[in-house]
Design a protein around this ligand. Structure first.
Ligand code: LLP
Length: 384
């Protein structure tokens, strides 16, 4: 949330920039870990959502591990101080160099997405004289009812290993002496607001686990991934997702065998609401039957609207004028560089400051230099 005193400080700063409300992040982490502890669950924060070092440090201080999807994310997690035995590494295309980085770092587990990947990890581990834990990322063929670009658990998606391949996977694991099967991993999508998806996932996990149990294989770790959605429409009314309900749904639907540990990989739900992209209005211009508010922030700073048709709430921080409709757009030479159509905003003029809300997840990390724009800096509530 952006307070009035912060708006006064924002006026002195060059825009655009990302602003993180660290108190909200702390409160979110507190609520998340309180619920997690109730069930003795484990969490690995998905670095891909926001890899700012101060953000990461705070998350680490709350005892979370790290969920990484590249060698550089593994290195960053370790450099930030995440304990290697809490680092997991997923991704369909891990390069040899990245696998080596993770092996050197002594991470807890590779979440493996294919048979050839398991073979490569085993052979690199062997050449380094190491033994490592792997979890099988399984494609459970579940529709997460979210945007198609962020659905990952349907059979047509590139992620995970399909159950019909289990025999081949087990045969590969059997002949690989430098890996241990320690878990099953699932992640069916992101920004999931239909909580039935998670109960369906648990039921599917229960079925799939049986296959292993019937073959005398005890799976020590079950990792259910991330995906819990946030409220992009009313971030002030719902700044923190309903973790209580989420974990209680998991707890009542998932069969947990004695000695098993249950893991999660939250990303968005931890960091989205604490971040805003702060921008200045450059121009207001008339279009055919509409007004455009042209910002100095664009799709280069926050690509979610252009890529996923996502809408982020926009607040004009400096106007109390009468409410009017605007198409809010950025400066980039692409028609998809638009934050919203027909948005209701108080009368907006050149120089006004706006906050594009809920931008703490998949915001700055996805920024790019298209049109040779600068990467927006990041500021924090504690020291701004
Ligand atoms: N675990 C795995 C294996 C993942 O692939 C992801 C996200 C997560 C955990 C964290 O999911 P979360 O809790 O944040 O939903 N750029 C897109 C989102 C891509 C998500 C990719 N995977 C967006 O801006 O909506």
């Amino acid at each position: 949330m952006v307070q009035n005193k912060e708006t006064e400080r924002f006026k002195t700063l060059e825009t655009p920039f990302y602003y993180y409300d660290m108190e909200l992040l702390r409160e979110t982490l507190k609520r998340y870990t309180d619920e997690l502890k109730k069930y003795n669950y484990h969490a690995h924060y998905a670095l891909k959502a926001n890899a700012n070092v101060r953000v990461l440090s705070l998350i680490k201080d709350f005892g979370l591990g790290a969920d990484c999807v590249s060698g550089n994310e593994v290195s960053l997690a370790l450099k930030t101080g995440f304990s290697p035995d809490k680092v997991v590494y997923a991704g369909v295309g891990k390069s040899d160099k990245e696998i080596k980085t993770a092996l050197e770092g002594g991470i807890f587990c590779f979440n493996c997405e294919s048979v050839p990947e398991i073979e490569v990890i085993n052979s690199i581990a062997e050449s380094m004289g190491k033994k490592v834990g792997i979890a099988l990322r399984i494609n459970p063929d579940i529709d997460a009812h979210t945007h198609k670009y962020i659905s990952t658990g349907r059979s047509q998606d590139k992620f995970g290993i399909s159950p019909w391949m289990f025999d081949e996977v087990l045969a590969t694991i059997k002949k690989s002496s430098n890996i241990n099967l320690i878990g099953l991993h699932f992640h069916v999508g992101s920004q999931i607001t239909d909580l039935n998806v998670f109960s369906m996932l648990c039921k599917r996990v229960n079925e799939l686990q049986k296959w292993f149990i019937e073959r005398g294989i005890f799976i020590e770790n079950i990792n259910l991934g991330g995906g819990l959605g946030i409220d992009y429409v009313n971030p002030d009314e719902n700044p923190i997702s309903d973790f209580k309900n989420y974990f209680s749904i998991i707890n009542s639907n998932l069969i947990v065998y004695p000695g098993q540990k249950i893991h999660f990989e939250p990303g968005r739900t931890i960091v989205a609401q604490c971040g805003s992209l702060i921008s200045r209005v450059l121009y207001v211009k008339m279009g055919k039957g509409k007004k455009f508010a042209i910002l100095d922030a664009g799709m280069n700073d926050l690509i979610r609207p252009a890529l996923y048709q996502a809408s982020h709430r926009i607040d004009n921080l400096t106007s109390k004028g009468r409410i009017m409709r605007y198409d809010v757009v950025g400066p980039i030479c692409e028609s998809s560089d638009r934050f919203g159509k027909n948005l209701l905003l108080p009368q907006t003029k050149r120089g006004d400051l706006v906050a594009i809300r809920s931008a703490g997840a998949y915001g700055q990390v996805m920024a790019m230099r298209y049109n040779q724009k600068d990467i927006a800096p990041e500021y924090f509530s504690e020291n701004i």
